[in-house]
Structures are given as structure tokens and as C-alpha cells.
Design a protein around this ligand. Structure first.
Ligand SMILES: [Cu+2]
Length: 261
């Protein structure tokens, strides 16, 4: 059973800011039939004007522009792909996909120079409840990230007659996936660092969830509308997003403990 909200699709591809407030349906997905239909209120549909986000449809004024930036790897990338196994710098791990969990990283290990063996991390990430499952290609990617940061540097001027300048760039490997869940696009990245750490990031992008209202100006609002008036008849709703991860950490086997520092 799923509860369906209604949106007005003519006039703009940005359906999410044009809800038909009050019309909801309960649908039985096994029978593919509507079990309940409710039309409980009449609220204006927010205007289509100015809601199209496609670059080709945007009209000036634009925000300040910057000149193009290109990052090149003249000798190609440093990672190797062997089936599901990825190796990069001292890291080795597996990448797989689960229709519900999305990107799954497992058997991640980094070579320990002192011990001469691989330190294991075991990881898994999960968390989507998707209503519409659509096959989209190119949602995964893997690339080396360099944002101009310094991993380590030192300038030595204490030795007479010598100046030593040493810099190591902070280059990491990122495994990246986008989950589009309705109006939202979650950019999930797993960043493997040379230092041995794994940084997990979630970027929330896409389109705001809005509800329709009678208000056209904030001055008219006297009640709690649970959001912010973002345009005439449109309120951006206050709400939370929860992302669930299932890390299974066996660092150097099971005989260790995890300490919050
Ligand atoms: Cu949201």
C-alpha cells in the first residue's frame, strides 16, 4: 500500500512545487488499484512561472560567472578495476550494488607498511525506501579527487645555505552514487584517503518539497504554517531527512574494540 500525492504537470517540468493540495490516494500495488480517494480541500496550485530549472529555459539575470576549470590526468587514473575489486594506492575494496541499499562497499583493506599486511575494514551502507524504481544508467562513478588541499608540507630554513620545500597533495579516491528519490537527489560518496581513513559524505540536492497555500505574502501569515513562504502560494515545508548506515567494522579482525574519541 502506498499513499499517493498529486501534482500538476502542465506548465512546468517542476511538478514538485506545484502540488494539488488535498488530493491523496491510497494505492494497492499488488492489485494496481486505487483503494481510497480523498479530496479534502481546495487550495490554489502555485504558479508555473519561474519554476523551470532547465538551463536552456533560464532567462537573465544570471549569477556571477567564473572561467572554466579543467583537471587532467595525463597518465590516466591510478585505480584499477578487476571485476568488483578496486585497488588504488594502498587500498583494496569491493564495490557492489543492492537495489535497496544502493552502493555497497565491502572488504575494504589498506596495506600497513609497518606490519606488511592488509588492515581490513568491512563496510555496508543502506537506507532507501523508494516508491518509484526506475532504471537509470551512469549513477555510479569513481574518480580521484584533488581540490588543491595539502596532505602534508614542510619548509625547512634552519639548515644554513639550504631551503627545502616539500609538499604532498591531498588526493583521494571517491566512489560516488546518486539516488534520486522523488524530488530529491542524494549524492552519496565514499572517500578513501591515503591516511587510511574513509570519509562518508551525503550531499542533498534536487528540488524542495513544497505545499500549496493561500498565502501570497509573509505579512498574511498568522498561524504556524510549518515552513517558509518561498513564492506566492508555495510553502517550503520544515522536515528532516534520515540516512541510515550499517558499518560493520572488523579492523584487523574481530579482536578489537571501537572507541568514540
Ligand atoms: Cu526533504
Amino acid at each position: 500500500m502506498v499513499s499517493i500525492l498529486s501534482f500538476y504537470k502542465d506548465g512546468s517540468p517542476n511538478i514538485w512545487v506545484r502540488p494539488i493540495e488535498g488530493i491523496t490516494m491510497l494505492v494497492d500495488l499488488d492489485k494496481m488499484s486505487i483503494i481510497e480517494y480523498s479530496d479534502r480541500q481546495v487550495v490554489p496550485v502555485p504558479k508555473a512561472e519561474g519554476t523551470d530549472y532547465r538551463a536552456s529555459e533560464l532567462k537573465p539575470p544570471f549569477a556571477a560567472q567564473t572561467k572554466p576549470i579543467t583537471i587532467i590526468q595525463p597518465d590516466g587514473p591510478s585505480f584499477k578495476i578487476d571485476g568488483q575489486e578496486i585497488s588504488w594506492a594502498d587500498w583494496v575494496f569491493h564495490v557492489t550494488f543492492d537495489v535497496r541499499a544502493g552502493l555497497v562497499i565491502c572488504l575494504a583493506s589498506i596495506f600497513d607498511l609497518n606490519k606488511g599486511n592488509l588492515h581490513g575494514w568491512v563496510l555496508r551502507q543502506s537506507g532507501w525506501n523508494t516508491i518509484i524504481l526506475v532504471k537509470i544508467s551512469n549513477v555510479f562513478c569513481m574518480f580521484e579527487r584533488y581540490g588543491g588541499d595539502v596532505a602534508w608540507r614542510h619548509t625547512e630554513v634552519a639548515i644554513p645555505g639550504q631551503t627545502i620545500v616539500q609538499v604532498r597533495p591531498e588526493v583521494s579516491l571517491v566512489v560516488w552514487m546518486v539516488s534520486t528519490v522523488g524530488n530529491y537527489d542524494y549524492i552519496i560518496d565514499w572517500e578513501f584517503k591515503r591516511s587510511g581513513s574513509i570519509k562518508v559524505g551525503v550531499g542533498l540536492s534536487g528540488i524542495l518539497e513544497a505545499k500549496a497555500s493561500f498565502y501570497t505574502h509573509t505579512r498574511q501569515i498568522k498561524e504556524d504554517v510549518y515552513g517558509t513562504l518561498i513564492a506566492e502560494d508555495a510553502i517550503g515545508i520544515n522536515h528532516d531527512h534520515f540516512i541510515t548506515y550499517y558499518p560493520d567494522l572488523d579492523i584487523d579482525g574481530e579482536d578489537n574494540s571501537f572507541v568514540k574519541a
